[in-house]
Design a protein around this ligand. Structure first.
Ligand code: FES
Length: 63
């Protein structure tokens, strides 16, 4: 894993959505998983990342 991947890991492998994509979307007003799914397409395929995305929304909305 290179430095970029460590700092900005892929969260949703199906949609190739990374941590910073989720952070930016939350900062620009997405506060629920459904809104993120609509905007980024994350979680819409296998769904295995949904729990992690919800945890990240909680984390970034508290920052
Ligand atoms: S890893 Fe996110 S939908 Fe499959």
């Amino acid at each position: 894993m290179n430095k970029f991947d460590q700092e900005n890991p892929v969260i949703c492998f199906c949609a190739r959505v990374r941590l910073n994509d989720i952070k930016s979307a939350v900062e620009s007003g997405c506060t629920s998983y459904r809104e993120l799914e609509k905007r980024l397409g994350c979680g819409a395929s296998c769904g295995s990342c949904v729990r992690e995305i919800e945890d990240l929304i909680d984390r970034f909305t508290q920052e």
